[in-house]
Ligand binder design. Structure first.
Ligand code: SF4
Length: 362
């Protein structure tokens, strides 16, 4: 155990990725070793992000009514989950919601719409929304999450002022077909690449707890490293009634921490974000997760009940961490672009020994 953790810490401090076997071994450690694993991954987290916690706030622009069949999603085709269903918030309404998040300390606002992907008219709408948000909150980063992108749409979002684009890989390529049949893993990879190509900071993460194997989790973490995502949201499945995964309660708080530690070791110098399901699955161990992740969604997100923003801020302060201010750049210097351009235009600098080849189909 000591050898494994020493190797992981040494690599993480150098910004290097572990071997897949080492990543797998993290997931297979016992509960007795949990605090040692958290402490080791915590060293890597502090090396690259200090005690800073970046807050993100989610604004749902459009909810439900999706034609896709992602089995984890309460908004999927035919979902019987009792969620709000509505079409497009007006730009001013979205800007108002965003302002509430910024007031709570959020540095990034994520504008999310359900659906397979946006039409060009939707891009017009979202562009206006981004404009309205930036008008009220000049310094806030805006990340769009609108599904699969068609040619030219990422560029239009970038021109409208978007800083980042989120599209999760969710699970390993080998099991993607088990969770969704209406689009493919390759479609998702392609959208992340389009976002990057347009100068948007790529945000892409995973969902744990869908019945996947340890190997699947390691595979998707390495794929995200291979795609060079700047931020990696780690979601824990919320098994919504009325969806095919309603019975999948597979996670314990300890397992959730091991998953976060594994992702931190595989992606040592990128923003690892606590996302959906953190309250339900980490429960009273949430403060320990701050030693692994350097970012979280504040308050409510998507259709689930989130912890109130105030409680998050107290948890951060009580755990000895601090909210990252607008003046601080989240990513370590070597990941920012050279010569002082904006973060989303940065040239990714690959680190030594990352072993981060793109997936064969990417
Ligand atoms: S495309 Fe998005 S909104 Fe639609 S079912 Fe899949 S995850 Fe849910």
């Amino acid at each position: 155990m000591d050898d494994l953790l020493n190797s992981l810490v040494n690599k993480g401090l150098r910004g290097e990725t572990p071997t897949r076997d080492e990543a797998l071994a993290v997931l297979r450690t016992t509960d007795d070793d949990l605090l040692d694993v958290v402490a080791a991954a915590g060293k890597v987290r502090r090396r690259w992000f200090g005690k800073r916690v970046k807050l993100n706030y989610l604004v749902n622009l459009k909810s439900g009514l999706c034609p896709e069949d992602c089995s984890y999603c309460s908004q999927r085709l035919g979902s019987e989950a009792g969620i709000l269903k509505y079409t497009w918030l007006k730009p001013e309404e979205a800007a108002e919601a965003a302002a509430a998040g910024v007031q709570g300390g959020a540095k990034r606002v994520c504008v999310v719409a359900s659906g397979r992907g946006p039409t060009d008219r939707d891009i017009d709408r979202v562009s206006k929304t981004i404009g309205a948000i930036k008008e009220r909150n000049e310094d806030v980063e805006v990340c769009a999450c609108l599904g699969l992108l068609s040619d030219g749409q990422a560029e239009r979002l970038r021109q409208a002022g978007a800083d980042a684009y989120n599209h999760n890989l969710n699970t390993s390529e080998s099991t993607y077909g088990d969770i969704c049949t209406t689009h493919t893993y390759e479609d998702r990879v392609e959208t992340v690449k389009q976002a990057r190509g347009a100068g948007l900071s790529p945000c892409s993460g995973l969902i744990a707890g869908m019945g996947e194997t340890d190997e699947d989790l390691v595979e998707v973490a390495f794929s995200l490293r291979g795609l060079d995502a700047d931020s990696v949201p780690v979601n824990f499945l919320l098994p919504f009634e009325g969806t095919p995964l309603a019975e999948e309660w597979n996670l314990t708080p300890q397992r959730a921490l091991r998953i976060l530690a594994m992702v931190r070791f595989v992606c040592p110098d990128v923003e690892v974000r606590l996302a959906a399901g953190r309250e339900v699955h980490l429960r009273s161990l949430q403060p320990l997760a701050l030693h692994l992740a350097n970012s979280l969604f504040l308050g409510d997100y998507l259709t689930s009940e989130g912890q109130a923003g105030k409680a998050d801020l107290e948890m951060i302060a009580d755990s000895g961490f601090e909210v990252e201010g607008a003046e601080t750049t989240t990513l370590p210097e070597h990941r920012r672009e050279e010569s002082g351009a904006a973060p989303h235009e940065r040239v990714a600098v690959r680190l030594r020994g990352t072993g981060t080849e793109l997936p064969p189909n990417a």
